[in-house]
Design a protein around this ligand. Structure first.
Ligand SMILES: C[S@@+](CC[C@H](N)C(=O)[O-])C[C@H]1O[C@@H](n2cnc3c(N)ncnc32)[C@H](O)[C@@H]1O
Length: 365
């Protein structure tokens, strides 16, 4: 059997995901090709020889990919599973991969995949118990973190209730969330649903340490294109004092917190007098224009960090994103600014991706 690497993405973004994975393989000179179908919600990537497969597996890191939410190396495919006993053949196949640290029972985020959500939840517990009993998966609950030695994560992806792919990824290099999806509930008093995008971005793109350092009482932020205030709400919830720039009206309850100053200014030209800790921007503008604006703020040290959306209604989205972020990096390099960046097509994003840039400060002795 051919052993494809499977990459999960938002349905409709298969070509962007494939282009990105292909670029990754090319970077390592690994021969391979992608296979996609529009709206499938995943990409198969075939690496052409065994040595290259192993290198690809070791080098892949989800945090470096923008359009993929999850990945694993599918080493077995089971069809016509008997509804009376699906577990036995799954255990036989999974037993060949080596000891795994945990098991994810997953489905895709397309129409047929979502219908399998209940089935996956139901079968997850018996499968986990059986895998632990057989020594395929470590009994995580009984072990301390230092005792978890296995480096593999076991994935079982159900395509139908009688059809699944089995395989593994490396712990820490794929998502430990089913389908790579962080599900969040919209807070009742959030001014807009778009609030969830920033909540997810903070949790996915920033480490706990980075969030703790930046989200503190008294720290300041600017929200460009803020109305009605979903993103500002997230910053205020995390203790920040926010300047919200937008000609549109802000949510009254949010303004009553007295943690927000609303400026009816043009967000493309306005700059603060004092630098802030965090800049966020969710304006519906050309991606290259937003990237330029963020670069200006970072180069002029008007902010330490920036989280922003690049809206991508165009066809070659991966190309557009590469150009925008490439230009940003070139300009920051020219100004000898050290930085870290990561970008992701988040679960709560639609025709857009979310980008995080952080200026790295030199360490003081
Ligand atoms: C997608 S909405 C932002 C939603 C917001 N993040 C939230 O969570 O509620 C984009 C906003 O950008 C504002 N906007 C677009 N161009 C702007 C500009 N040049 N100056 C100020 N605001 C602008 C619009 O008025 C609109 O309110």
């Amino acid at each position: 059997m051919q052993r494809p690497f499977l990459f999960f993405c938002r349905p409709g973004f298969e070509n962007d995901c494939a282009a990105e994975v292909q670029a990754f393989a090319n970077e390592y000179n690994l021969p391979g090709y992608a296979n996609t179908k529009l709206n499938d919600g995943y990409v198969r990537f075939y690496v052409l020889d065994q040595t290259s497969e192993e290198i690809f597996f070791k080098e892949l890191d989800l945090s470096e990919l923008i359009f993929a939410r999850q990945w694993f190396w599918a080493k077995a495919e089971l069809t016509n599973l008997d509804p009376a006993d699906r577990v036995t053949p799954i255990l036989e196949a999974a037993g060949q991969f080596g000891l795994c640290q945990n098991l994810l029972v997953e489905h895709l985020d397309n129409d047929s995949g979502r219908e399998l959500s209940k089935f996956c939840k139901k079968i997850s517990t018996p499968l986990t118990i059986a895998c632990e009993k057989q020594g395929i998966v470590q009994k995580a609950k009984k072990l301390k973190e230092s005792e978890l030695q296995a480096e593999l994560q076991l994935h079982i992806l159900f395509m139908a209730n009688d059809h699944c792919y089995l395989g593994c990824s490396l712990v820490g290099k794929a998502s430990n969330l089913k389908g790579g999806i962080l599900r969040l509930k919209s807070p009742k008093d959030a001014p807009s649903r778009s609030s969830l995008k920033l909540d997810e971005a903070i949790q996915v793109l920033m480490s706990k340490k980075q969030s703790q350092a930046i989200f503190r009482l008294g720290h300041t932020a600017v929200d460009l294109g803020a109305a009605p205030g979903g993103w500002t709400y997230q910053l205020v919830q995390r203790g920040m004092q926010v300047t919200a720039v937008d000609n549109g009206p802000m949510d009254k309850k949010l303004m009553a917190t007295e943690h927000v100053i609303h400026l009816k200014e043009n967000a493309l030209t306005w700059l603060p007098q004092k630098p802030v800790q965090m800049l966020v921007c969710d304006m519906v503008e050309k991606p290259s224009l937003v990237a330029q604006l963020m670069t200006k703020w970072l180069i002029q040290a008007k902010t330490e960090q920036a989280i922003f959306n690049l809206k991508l209604p165009m066809k070659k989205r991966f190309q557009e994103v590469s150009d925008c972020i490439g230009d940003m990096c070139d300009q920051l390099d020219e100004h000898e600014i050290n930085y870290y960046w990561q970008a992701k097509h988040l679960y709560h994003d639609r025709e857009e991706i979310t980008v995080y840039f952080r200026r790295k400060m030199p360490k003081l002795n």
